[in-house]
Design a protein around this ligand. Structure first.
Ligand code: SAM
Length: 216
């Protein structure tokens, strides 16, 4: 697959080797929400595998890949996948990594029991992009999609914006948001529904978790 540079993060992560090695350890609030999401994913999974989509350097593999269902990871970035490979090999149920583009997932319908996707949506700048990626996740999942996302209106995010003005952290400026309303609307239009939302510190922390399941 040749590098396809559609939006800033998509291009940057494909060439930025530093990003693959940093942030192996998440912040406290992020860790709490990703732990919630990983446990939801594991509890919903049955016989078919879990896909960690936009798995990055694979930092969630130790939690996802040692308890039961087979685990696959997918990401667009080769540098990320190289680091992820080492972590996958250290898990019991990790089975493979795929270089892919989340906009067109290279899997048949309902290939996985659950899609787990952490910290990806704040890189996606448009509604239509978020909608097409989330719809792809619904297409390839049987039982659930679990997301972690960032919320705009939180002390954590607002203080980062203020710091970025004085210190100049450009990453914060290029952050986007998927709201609960938007998640719900995209789920409904695909025959899915929002089953649970997790926000342990709603006004303070920016991290949110969403569990989506098919409507029966
Ligand atoms: C902030 S990282 C999150 C990584 C990991 N999920 C985590 O929680 O640490 C975002 C990831 O999205 C990947 N990415 C960006 N655009 C993508 C796309 N269109 N398809 C697949 N992966 C993509 C990047 O390569 C990067 O690894």
């Amino acid at each position: 697959m040749s590098p396809n540079i559609g939006y800033l993060a998509k291009g940057r992560f494909q060439v930025e080797i530093v990003a693959a090695n940093r942030r192996m350890v998440a912040g406290k609030s992020s860790e709490q929400v990703t732990h919630w999401a990983a446990q939801k994913a594991l509890s919903l999974a049955g016989d078919a595998p879990i896909l960690d989509l936009a798995c990055g350097n694979g930092r969630h593999f130790p939690e996802l890949g040692n308890q039961g269902p087979l685990l696959f990871g997918g990401d667009i970035s080769d540098p990320m996948l190289r680091v992820a490979q080492t972590l996958l090999e250290q898990t019991r149920y990790g089975r493979g990594l795929v270089r892919l583009d989340a906009e067109q997932l290279p899997f048949p319908d309902k290939s996985f029991d659950v899609i787990f996707c952490a910290r990806f949506f704040h890189h996606l700048p448009s509604r239509s992009l978020r909608e097409s990626i989330l719809s792809e996740m619904f297409r390839i999942s049987r039982h659930g999609v679990v997301l972690t996302c960032k919320a705009r209106y939180s002390y954590e995010h607002i203080s980062k914006v203020v710091k970025s003005i004085f210190i100049g952290n450009k990453g914060v400026v290029h952050r986007y948001f998927i709201t609960t309303r938007e998640v719900t609307r995209i789920a409904e239009s695909n025959g899915w529904k929002l089953a649970e939302k997790y926000a342990p510190h709603p006004l303070i922390g920016a991290n949110r978790g969403y569990l989506l399941i098919p409507k029966k």
